[in-house]
Design a binder for this molecule. Structure first.
Ligand SMILES: C[S@@+](CC[C@H](N)C(=O)[O-])C[C@H]1O[C@@H](n2cnc3c(N)ncnc32)[C@H](O)[C@@H]1O
Length: 349
């Protein structure tokens, strides 16, 4: 790096000098490595390496802007595929560049794992245990997801939101005049939730709060979790936190989309672009399980999220709810996938 340069500026300059490639912005760094490095003169320094991903089309490498030293040490160049990097016998620096690239692209079988390998995520910032990126949710915008629930959420409703993330929906519940408790097992997510919310850092499955609520919200397709025990535990947690007249509202992922979507599917929502990078479907004990890797982009930043889910038709949701002590389950009018259910011992008018 040159004096006064940021890592991003140095990356832009080096790309121009060493490859003749002109980029305006290398995006956010995707990895950092800090380690002791012995220089040719024997001095040991702390090396601080930052990595960026720059995508190019038809890039012809030019060497006429290289410094004299670069001309001396760069003998030749070539483009490598990820598979070639993984299998080469050549010495490659950094040694784990293939693994790093796999992880960043989120397409690897050994991408960083959370929650038993079913969930992982990559990209700037930290990831929650379910692979969701905190920074992605912090920068995403509320897109009207719960406007249609407003009649069920009059001011003063005591709401327990399970898996509240950075508070995209939570903050809207505050606008509705609700009294909100938000639960998430990611302290980094919760750090972005308003202090007007009672914030609880805990696993939903084992949640044991003293309070009871008018309404429990289980959003974001959490009910589609690939593990049946977890699905049941989510509903049981909702059930034991409801007051006697309480209702559960849950959002289920679009079963048809989970069954049919193919890699290459794209959508946008405000500043957020989504692309389905990879999808695998397999049957386990007769139940279709869908493992997906979605890529999210906001401006020049990119994240991936890999997760396993099961498609649930309305009948499957009904029987799950019934088994956990809910009845009168109905689909809510408005966007598909939202259901409301009542606790079985509540007084029905
Ligand atoms: C897809 S994000 C959605 C966040 C928020 N509901 C929204 O719509 O922006 C799912 C959130 O649920 C949290 N989560 C997932 N599984 C959880 C569990 N078992 N216990 C607690 N939180 C969980 C994650 O940490 C993440 O913040």
């Amino acid at each position: 790096m040159e004096a006064g340069e940021t890592f991003e500026q140095a990356a832009i300059r080096e790309l121009r000098e060493e490859m003749g490639l002109v980029v305006q912005d290398p995006g956010s760094q995707v990895r950092q490595r800090v380690f002791p490095l012995t220089l040719p003169n024997g001095e040991v320094v702390e090396a601080d390496e930052r990595f960026f991903i720059v995508r190019v089309k038809d890039c012809v490498v030019r060497d006429d802007m290289r410094t004299a030293m670069e001309k001396r040490v760069i003998a030749e160049h070539r483009w490598w595929t990820l598979a070639e990097l993984q299998s080469t016998q050549e010495t490659v620096w950094p040694k784990d560049v293939a693994e790093m690239l796999q992880n960043v692209l989120g397409v690897a079988s050994d991408a960083p794992r959370h929650d038993g390998g079913a969930f992982s995520g990559t990209g700037p910032g930290v990831q929650a245990r379910d692979g969701c990126s905190v920074e992605l949710y912090r920068r995403a915008r509320y897109a009207g997801e719960i406007e249609h629930l407003r009649p069920l959420l009059p001011a003063g409703t005591r709401v327990l939101e399970l898996g509240c993330g950075t508070g995209l929906l939570t903050h809207r519940l505050l606008d509705f005049g609700c009294e909100v408790t938000g639960v998430d097992n990611s302290p980094e997510m919760l750090a972005h939730v308003s202090s007007q919310v009672r914030r609880v850092c805990a696993d939903i499955e084992s949640l044991e709060l003293a309070d009871r609520y008018d309404l429990v919200l289980l959003p974001s397709g959490l009910i589609n979790h690939a593990d049946g025990e977890v699905r049941r535990a989510f509903l049981a947690a909702a059930r034991r936190h409801l007051s006697s007249h309480g209702q559960l509202i849950l959002k289920c992922q679009d079963a048809n989309w989970l069954r049919m979507a193919e890699a290459g599917w794209r959508a946008t929502s405000g500043p957020l672009s989504m692309e389905l990078l990879r999808v695998e479907r397999r049957k386990t004990n007769g139940q279709l399980e869908v493992r997906m890797t979605l890529q999210y982009t906001i401006e020049s930043d990119m994240w991936t999220h890999s997760f396993s889910v099961v498609p649930l038709e309305e009948r499957a949701i009904q029987s799950l709810l019934a088994a956990e002590g809910f009845n009168r389950q109905v689909a809510i009018e408005g966007p598909p996938g939202w259901f409301v259910a009542e606790a079985t011992d509540c007084v029905v008018n």
